[in-house]
Design a protein around this ligand. Structure first.
Ligand code: COA
Length: 196
């Protein structure tokens, strides 16, 4: 600005240098869980146990519980996936477990998908559930059932419906947590046979 116009500086504000925009990256990879992930998986799950009615567990889980589950799913060759950040932080997990113990149910599983509280709403649930479905098809599974709380689990309902899970039933008042009666919503997805 010419010096004789300096008093009018407010009319000619200096052009501010805008800092380059840092790209809004949310990077992750999805891979099978390993034993070292289990303390992080436990912490993610326990956040929802302690603070929400999304899960009907009321007491925080133990590492023993997760080790046993990991061993059982590994033995049964059932998918247990984690999403990890570039620095190795576990951002979320997804798994399937047997729907029921009687042998004729062997191709039917129940899924479970939980993200760390800061990882939601960015498409990771979509990526993890897609990977879980793909791995379930690869494992030769035929039906996936999602059991969702009828309270506070709108994100889960939306995510499952997006993947073609169809609501097949509801049960009212089967849970009681934090002084409230809670119901469950059952959604089911039939998987295509793997191509071989
Ligand atoms: C459920 C959960 C896995 C979803 O993961 P996410 O990364 O937040 O989901 P995405 O960002 O991929 O969104 C998936 C879809 O659900 C929708 N959605 C997400 N949260 C929503 C909410 N609270 N209400 C309505 N719709 C929602 C999104 O709009 C998106 O739909 P679109 O692709 O058509 O826009 C995650 O929120 C979570 O861990 N929630 C707590 C645990 C939980 O509920 N687990 C399931 C137990 S059965």
């Amino acid at each position: 600005m010419p010096s004789d116009l300096a008093p009018l500086g407010w009319l000619f504000p200096r052009r501010r240098r805008v800092p380059p925009r840092i790209p809004d990256t949310f990077a992750y990879t999805i891979r099978p869980a390993v034993a070292a992930d289990l303390p992080h998986v436990r912490a993610i799950y326990d956040h929802y146990v302690t603070n929400t009615v999304i899960t009907f567990d009321e007491k925080p889980s133990t590492l023993r519980f997760w080790r046993d589950k990991f061993a059982a799913l590994s033995r049964a060759k059932l998918p247990f996936l984690v999403a990890v950040s570039p620095s190795g932080q576990v951002l979320g997990y997804a798994l399937v477990q047997p729907w029921a113990s009687k042998s004729a149910y062997r191709y039917t599983v129940e899924n479970s998908i939980y993200l760390g509280p800061s990882a939601g709403g960015k498409g990771l649930g979509t990526a993890l559930l897609q990977a879980l479905i793909d791995a379930s098809i690869e494992a030769g599974l035929r039906e996936i059932v999602a059991v969702v709380s009828d309270s506070g689990a709108e994100g889960s309902l939306a995510l499952h419906r997006k993947f073609g899970f169809v609501e097949v039933g509801r049960m009212g008042g089967v849970g009681y947590k934090f002084g409230r009666s809670l119901g469950t919503v059952y959604l089911q997805k039939s998987l295509p046979r793997r191509s071989r």
